[in-house]
Design a binder for this molecule. Structure first.
Ligand code: RIB
Ligand code: CA
Length: 313
């Protein structure tokens, strides 16, 4: 089967970095058309820089990286340095990138790519706030029916929120953008905290990255060591959830995941529950089923895939 043509929309972040590495390590499955950076974990200037740092770490400086939106559609930017550190990639010492940032705006790249590629041939993988995607939809609604699938990391239902009691970070930062994407009619596969919290970086799994004795393995281990302290403190878990790589792993081995096709709506009015993904898991309403909402993962299989692919870099 031909590799899936994808665009990764991202706010690196250590877990975003692992997702990008997994995609770049899997050319037989993934044809990465480009990476669009968005403001999220850290401001846009840093997410655009971090995306290039990761591409160079993977030995793929020819990857096209574009800067997208520097703030949410209607709100002030909320960042997450408390989780990812000041740089967004805290953990190992990192060199500044030498590869260039593309001149074109990330939103224009998304629009142009969807218009020039055959209809139904491009999958979009948002792993940060949905600002770039929703802005592209507002600017060029003609691209919406041309998208093969959106596979995104975001939201939560039984796991509830990680940035407020009700909301997951990616959705919370730009709830208006999320409402546009979830209401677009594009086939959606969602990796919420309900599934990512079952993909923890336990010590044996991080040791497997170190055992690669490679720059990539050492960086991934150092990133997870830094990144996991937040979740271990907060949840008392035995590691950090590797949220974003779940999207790429799904494209490579979808059988690793289980979920339900249900209705998911986004709260944009209430201060108390802003950004909540209201998932009709028990199908109580007759609201349209708009999302494949994942809630289970073969975590051992996920980490075996990750280790096997990252060892290639
Ligand atoms: O809530 C987890 C999500 O927020 C992940 O994408 C992480 O990188 C942060 O962006
Ligand atoms: Ca992210």
């Amino acid at each position: 089967m031909a590799p899936r043509k994808i665009i990764i929309d991202t706010d690196p972040g250590q877990d975003d970095a692992v997702a990008i590495l997994l995609a770049l390590a899997s050319p037989e499955d993934i044809d990465l058309l480009g990476i669009t950076a968005v403001a999220g974990n850290v401001p846009l200037e840093l997410t655009a820089k971090n995306a290039r740092i990761v591409c160079e770490l993977a030995g793929k400086p020819e990857t096209r990286v574009f800067a997208g939106c520097d703030k949410p559609m209607k709100r002030k930017l909320v960042t997450a340095e408390h989780v990812h550190g000041k740089t967004g990639l805290d953990g190992p010492q990192m060199q500044d990138p030498t590869m260039p940032l593309q001149d074109q705006h990330g939103v224009d790249f998304i629009i142009e790519t969807l218009r020039s590629e055959p209809s139904g041939a491009v999958t979009i993988c948002p792993i940060g706030p949905l600002t770039n995607i929703a802005t592209a939809f507002e600017r060029a609604p003609d691209i919406i029916p041309r998208i093969q699938e959106i596979v995104l990391m975001g939201g939560a239902y039984f796991e509830v929120g990680n940035i407020t009691p009700a909301a997951e970070f990616n959705i919370y930062v730009d709830p208006e953008a999320a409402k546009i994407v979830f209401g677009s009619g594009v086939p959606l596969t969602v990796m919420p905290l309900d599934v990512t919290h079952k993909a923890l970086t336990t010590k044996p799994r991080v040791d497997a990255f170190r055992a690669m004795h490679s720059k990539v393995g050492d960086h991934v281990a150092a990133w997870t060591d830094f990144f996991e302290r937040f979740d271990m403190e907060k949840y008392g878990s035995e590691g950090a959830p590797l949220h974003d790589p779940c999207t790429i792993a799904y494209l490579i081995e979808p059988q690793l995941f289980k979920g339900r096709h249900i209705n998911v709506e986004i709260e944009t009015q209430s201060d108390l529950t802003l950004g909540m993904t209201v998932a009709d898991w028990w199908r109580i309403t007759d609201r349209p089923k708009n999302a494949m909402f994942m809630n289970d993962i073969d975590a051992a299989g996920f980490y075996a895939l990750l280790a096997g692919r990252l060892a290639r870099l």
